[in-house]
Structures are given as structure tokens and as C-alpha cells.
Design a protein around this ligand. Structure first.
Ligand code: AVI
Length: 322
């Protein structure tokens, strides 16, 4: 998922438009890409530190302890390539890969893409300290626009990273369109590593999102506070409650906000009525089986060349070739 930090006036118009469109639907909906303002970033950081939220630790296990296997599946040998990370953030996991490749004297350029210029500047500073020999080129902006820019060195092989289980924040149809679009942007032979959270004991999954500390609830409610602050709305946060579901058959883990009372909300001249117990659909975190990943890869024009799982077999980094 492309996270969205709203900074420019044009972004504010798009934000307002998305909020108004989402809340005007029969099933009211807000887009979870808007969770990540400054407070949302901090709350997500706290989520990743919770013992219940296993995803980060699992993928870290792969990048820390199975780096050789990962690099082996890429079969890049001595061919110079660009390593392009979609939504790099603090590159916590990929730093292990960067260190491994640098130590092995492999010729590559790291190109982190992120919507936040701030995050990229901090990342560059940290990486320059940790890996002084790293060749790094920052790409600030939208995934696909920046990927197009990165593709301008056409003779160089590309390896794309899409980590963190971010693909889970798309429903299955959106994930398919996203992978197809990626396939259209890259050249035959290019590689893609995507992190998928796997189906497992449903209690484990539900606990990760319905945490007893209430951090995930605050993470969802913060979007209403953000709409108040940035779009001048009048949500009373105390009149909404977080509700989490997980359907182990479809693998859809979904979060909602429940209106605790009948109420009317005003947003920039628009009015939205809520009935008592009416829901706002907030986020999907889709869980996969290995065979779903096979289907997604082949239907979008990729071939699976590696599947690396953490030691618990809860998460997989799937290596695909175009
Ligand atoms: C960013 N993304 C992969 C997280 C997830 O697991 O869906 C966002 C999140 N939502 C609630 N907890 C974490």
C-alpha cells in the first residue's frame, strides 16, 4: 500500500475528495493509506513493537537469518543491478540485505522510494554511516511514478522490494491489479521480492490487530482526528469504537469503526449522517496461503523463483521473476 502523508495543498484536495467519496458510499469507507500522519507513524511504530504484532519480527528473521538463501534465489551473480524498494521507510529489514550484498562485493545501486522526503533524508544519513560504500539514489514520490523514473536505466537489471506485508492492505483484486501494473513497468528477467503474511491460527492473527493495549484502536481513530485537524471536520472521537474481524476462510482481517450513537458529522460543507452502530470500513490486512501467492504471481505474469519463510512459517518473502 502506498502510504499517504498529506503535505501540499493539492494533496489536501485529493484527501478531502477521497474522504467525501468514501463516506458518501452505502458502506462508508476511509482509506487506510491516510493513517500515516505524524501521530499515525508513531502509533504504527508502537504497533510494530507490540509482542502480538508478529509480522515485523517474522520478516526481520528472514532478512537477518536467511539473507544468503534470499540472495541465492535472486541468482544475480556478478550482473550489476538496481535494488528498488517501494515504501522503504527506515529500511530496517532491507539494511541486512544491503550489508550482505556490499560485503559480497556485489555491484548494485540502492534506490529507496518513499512518499516522505524527510524519511528518505534520515535513511540516507543512517545508511551512509552504516554502509559507507553503499551507492544510493533517493526517489521521493509515488511508487509507480518513481519506478518509471528508475526504469530509465533500461539496460540494468532491476530487483524490486515490496516488504512489510504492505500488499495485504489491498484486497485480492487490488493486489492483482497492482502486481499486473508492476509487471508492465519492469522488463523480462527483472525480479520482485514481496512480503506476504500467511494464514495461521486465527487467534494469533486477530490478537495482532485486536491488541489488548488499544494501540490499533488508537491507530484507526487517529484518522478521524486527522480529518478534524486537516479538513476542519467535527468527529467526536469518543463516539466511535474500533472493531476488528478476521475471517480464516477468506483470509481477510478487517478493521471498522462503529458509530456509538446516531450522529451527524460536518466536513468542509458536507454532512454525513450515521445511524447508531453504523460502520466505517477502515482497513483490510489480507492473509495468504502459498497457493494464493502462486496464483497471484502467474496471473500477473511473474514466475516464482523462491519462497523464503521465517522459522515459524508465519510469513513469506516470495521471489518472483518477470
Ligand atoms: C502496514 N501494514 C502492513 C499493517 C498491516 O499489518 O496491515 C498496518 C496495520 N494495521 C493495523 N496494524 C498494522
Amino acid at each position: 500500500m502506498q502510504k499517504n502523508t498529506v503535505q501540499k495543498p493539492k494533496d489536501q484536495i485529493v484527501f478531502l475528495n477521497d474522504v467525501v467519496t468514501g463516506l458518501s458510499q452505502l458502506q462508508k469507507k476511509l482509506h487506510s493509506k491516510y493513517f500515516y500522519d505524524e501521530k499515525g507513524d508513531r502509533l504504527f511504530q508502537k504497533i510494530m513493537e507490540m509482542p502480538e504484532y508478529y509480522l515485523t519480527a517474522c520478516e526481520l528473521d528472514i532478512f537477518k537469518n536467511k539473507t544468503a538463501e534470499l540472495v541465492n534465489d535472486l541468482a544475480i551473480n556478478q550482473t550489476p543491478f538496481d535494488l528498488i524498494e517501494l515504501g522503504a521507510g527506515d529500511a530496517l529489514k532491507s539494511t541486512y540485505l544491503l550489508k550482505y550484498l556490499t560485503a559480497a562485493d556485489i555491484n548494485f545501486t540502492y534506490m529507496p522510494i518513499d512518499i516522505s522526503g524527510n524519511i528518505l533524508a534520515v535513511l540516507e544519513q543512517n545508511l551512509k554511516k552504516e554502509i559507507p560504500d553503499l551507492d544510493i539514489k533517493l526517489l521521493q514520490g509515488d511508487y509507480f511514478k518513481m519506478l518509471e523514473q528508475a526504469m530509465h536505466a533500461p539496460n540494468k537489471k532491476k530487483v524490486l522490494l515490496f516488504l512489510g506485508g504492505n500488499i495485504g492492505n489491498m484486497d485480492v483484486a487490488e493486489a492483482f491489479s497492482f502486481c499486473k501494473e508492476l509487471r508492465n513497468k519492469v522488463n523480462k528477467g527483472d525480479l520482485l521480492i514481496t512480503g506476504f503474511d500467511l494464514k495461521k491460527n486465527p487467534h494469533t492473527i486477530l490478537n495482532a490487530y485486536n491488541d489488548p493495549h488499544g494501540i490499533t484502536a488508537s491507530f484507526n481513530l487517529n484518522l478521524l482526528a486527522r480529518i478534524n485537524r486537516e479538513l476542519g471536520a467535527d468527529f467526536d472521537i469518543s463516539k466511535f469504537q474500533h472493531y476488528q474481524t478476521y475471517d480464516p476462510v477468506s483470509g481477510a482481517c478487517k478493521s471498522y469503526l462503529v458509530s456509538l450513537t446516531e450522529q451527524i458529522i460536518h466536513i468542509a460543507g458536507h454532512k454525513f449522517s450515521f445511524m447508531e452502530n453504523e460502520l466505517i470500513d477502515m482497513e483490510i490486512s489480507q492473509k495468504y496461503e502459498l497457493q494464493d501467492i502462486d496464483k497471484l504471481a502467474s496471473n500477473s505474469g511473474f514466475q516464482i523463483v523462491g519462497q523464503i519463510q521465517d522459522s515459524k512459517n508465519w510469513f513469506v518473502d516470495s521471489v518472483w521473476q518477470a
